[in-house]
Design a protein around this ligand. Structure first.
Ligand SMILES: CC(C)(COP(=O)(O)OP(=O)(O)OC[C@H]1O[C@@H](n2cnc3c(N)ncnc32)[C@H](O)[C@@H]1OP(=O)(O)O)[C@@H](O)C(=O)NCCC(=O)NCCS
Length: 255
């Protein structure tokens, strides 16, 4: 249980640059509270304690503004950012590492019993206010734009935007430019299979965000007449990263 709790908290740090520490995440993230209450509600639901399950789910809704039917199946490291106004239907299925923003509906378009809500595979991101309606699948790693209304399957890795949802097709050059904008300065790109490189990439991203915040603070200090930030930081040298870029890891093929 503590392991699950730890990975829930980690998932917030990975996906919300505003998260500062574990205590803050535990106490101030309604998305987390909704997920924990949903786990309790779902456990009751599958043991046929249906009324109690609905009661726990309703308490979660009252507390967080997020409505997850206790019958919905949710994977690991599910992250709900902000959360208010989210509705997840009874037969929705959510894979691992899925992210939803506020105002998302995973709903149905019919009153038939049986599967009537969508299935989101691993790593799907659904933007604020989007509606995903019907018993189809949104493939692994797909993104749904904010305020889109999607009523048909979305292939893995695709991005759907607008009403009705349409798939954005990007040229190879555009995709390459986007990848380069990630971590290319350090020789690490988003789709590298190496988990160590990915972890370093995440750290660099975090460092970048911290840098930005420090810069703002220095600006504010300077306005107050302080010269605390006048001293230069030691520079990073390009050549220190050149080797990493040129030489693939010798053990890469064995993993
Ligand atoms: C859909 C999304 C994932 C697209 O990301 P992307 O792959 O980087 O796509 P781009 O930003 O390059 O945009 C590609 C095209 O789609 C359009 N587009 C992007 N998001 C859109 C949206 N939500 N609705 C309609 N069109 C959208 C862009 O204008 C662009 O159009 P163009 O090619 O005609 O110029 C992103 O825009 C989005 O909506 N993310 C959700 C974020 C969110 O909800 N945040 C909430 C924080 S509180």
């Amino acid at each position: 249980m503590f392991e699950r709790l730890r990975e829930d908290i980690q998932s917030v740090f990975h996906r919300d640059p505003a998260a500062r520490n574990a205590f803050e995440v535990l106490t101030c993230y309604p998305g987390m509270h909704a997920i924990w209450l949903h786990r309790a509600a779902h456990a009751l639901w599958v043991r046929e304690w249906k009324w109690l399950a609905r009661l726990v789910s309703n308490f979660g809704r009252w507390l967080t503004g997020i409505e997850i039917h206790p019958g919905a199946k949710v994977g690991r490291r599910f992250f709900i950012d902000h959360g208010m106004g989210i509705v997840i239907g009874e037969t929705a299925e959510i894979g691992n590492d899925v992210t939803l923003y506020q105002g998302v509906t995973l709903g149905g378009t019919s009153w038939n019993k049986g599967k009537r809500h969508p299935t989101l595979e691993d790593g799907v991101v659904v933007g604020a206010g989007a509606k995903v309606l019907g018993p189809f699948t949104v493939g692994a790693g797909a993104k749904i734009g904010s305020n889109a209304v999607v009523t048909k399957a979305v292939p893995a890795g695709a991005t759907a935007v607008g009403i009705p949802g349409r798939i954005i097709v990007k040229t190879d050059a555009e995709q390459e430019a986007k990848r380069k904008a990630m971590f290319d300065a350090y020789g690490v790109s988003e789709d590298m299979p190496d988990p160590v490189a990915r972890a370093i990439g995440q750290l660099l991203d975090h460092l970048h965000a911290v840098d930005g915040r420090l810069e703002d603070m220095c600006g504010a200090l300077k306005n107050l007449g302080s010269d605390y930030c006048a001293k230069e930081l030691p520079a990073l040298r390009d050549e220190d990263f050149a080797e990493v870029k040129a030489e693939p890891r010798s053990d890469a093929a064995t993993h």
